[in-house]
Design a protein around this ligand. Structure first.
Ligand SMILES: NC(=O)c1ccc[n+]([C@@H]2O[C@H](COP(=O)([O-])OP(=O)(O)OC[C@H]3O[C@@H](n4cnc5c(N)ncnc54)[C@H](O)[C@@H]3O)[C@@H](O)[C@H]2O)c1
Length: 330
């Protein structure tokens, strides 16, 4: 399994997966349409090693030509519209890229035959929890937002292709990722950027919602373990066990930056906001002997450090984000 077709590899997590893949000696074929969230700068250091195709996974003909030209051994499908808030503003692109795009990728993989198709889902497909309990791989899906519904559809399509056609699909459901190169529309980079500019830091409601924070390098590492050792047809949760309330994360970042907590501005809650996610990742840890190597404290410190050292990249994104920020945090 040497030639990996990676979709969405110019995005936040996909690019970490590509960087690790090149270092591991895989031949990386990258398919990405470069939406606002995609950026080849993330993988610039490896541009000579990667075969890049600027295509949308929703373009059936382009995907077909790609499989014919590159003959991948396996597919790791990260490409998606990924931001819940944008899906609340307009579900259309999410249905297109996440549902239709996944079905086109699965169809092509089936026609051409691959050894493995890793279908990247999310913990959000399970819906939310109150203060207690965790999601197991067997927990019924109960997604809440247009984003998580589109991901649940893609997740189920992948499993249907395994059951119906025997395509060797493995489904992975990671928890909330954080780390270097994250687009500054997600919580952690938004807080860093706003605080650095001494602007108010928006926090939904009272910031009591809980997420399980997984370092992006651990997420990519887990997906390699699953690709190499996982069982076709199976589902694997990928979590860190590091649950934090949003307000705790925000205060920790302000502390690292030496900024006052009175920058925090509580805003109207996100409609349908899931309260808490928590994954039981016992299957991945026990069956595939995987565990995360980054604790949240040091991971967050390194992430803030990375944003400080790469502030030019962030600043280049901010102009395009002003309109979105004003709609999202009104
Ligand atoms: N970020 C998280 O915390 C998280 C958690 C669990 C699962 N996931 C899943 O992991 C995957 C990657 O998430 P991310 O945060 O890196 O997303 P991202 O938004 O940073 O990157 C998505 C990438 O996909 C590309 N893309 C979007 N639509 C495309 C299309 N139609 N054709 C080809 N390329 C397209 C974009 O250009 C971008 O490079 C997604 O499937 C997401 O649902 C993310």
């Amino acid at each position: 399994m040497k030639r990996l077709l990676v979709t969405g590899g110019a995005g936040f997590i996909g690019s970490e997966f590509v960087r690790q893949g090149v270092r591991k000696g895989y031949g990386i074929i990258l398919a990405d349409s470069l939406t606002y969230a995609g950026d080849l700068l993330r993988i610039k250091e490896f541009e000579k090693e990667i075969s890049f195709h600027k295509i949308s996974v929703t373009d059936r003909d382009a995907v077909e030509k790609l499989f014919i030209a590159e003959k991948p051994d396996a597919v790791v499908h990260w490409a998606a519209e990924s931001h819940v808030d944008r899906s609340i503003m307009d579900a259309g692109p999410f249905i297109d890229s996440n549902v239709k795009g996944t079905s086109i990728m699965l169809d092509a993989a089936r026609r051409h035959g691959v050894e493995c198709f890793v279908n990247v889902s999310t913990d959000e497909v399970y819906g939310d929890l109150d203060e207690s309990g965790s999601f197991f791989e067997t927990t019924p899906l109960n997604p809440s937002s247009p984003y998580s519904v589109s991901k649940a559809s893609a997740d189920m399509l992948g499993r249907a292709f395994h059951r119906t056609y025997g395509l060797p699909v493995i489904t992975v459901r990671p928890s909330n990722n954080y780390g270097q190169w994250q687009y500054p529309e997600k919580l952690i980079p938004v807080v860093v950027v706003k605080a650095l500019r001494n602007e108010s830091v928006p926090v939904y409601a009272q910031g009591l919602n809980v997420r399980e924070w997984l370092c992006v390098s651990d997420c990519a590492d887990a997906v390699f373990r699953i690709l190499e050792k996982g069982k076709a047809g199976d589902v694997y949760n990928i979590g860190s066990g590091e649950e934090r309330k949003n307000i705790e994360v925000v205060k920790e970042i302000l502390k690292i930056l030496g900024k006052p907590e009175d920058l925090i501005k509580f805003t109207k809650d996100r409609p349908g906001h899931d309260f808490r996610y928590s994954l039981n990742s016992g299957k991945l840890r026990k069956e595939l002997s995987w565990s995360p190597s980054t604790d949240f404290g040091s991971g967050l410190n390194n992430t803030v450090e990375w944003f400080l050292s790469n502030i030019n990249w962030v600043n280049a994104k901010i102009a395009a984000l002003q309109e979105y920020w004003s709609k999202a945090y009104s």
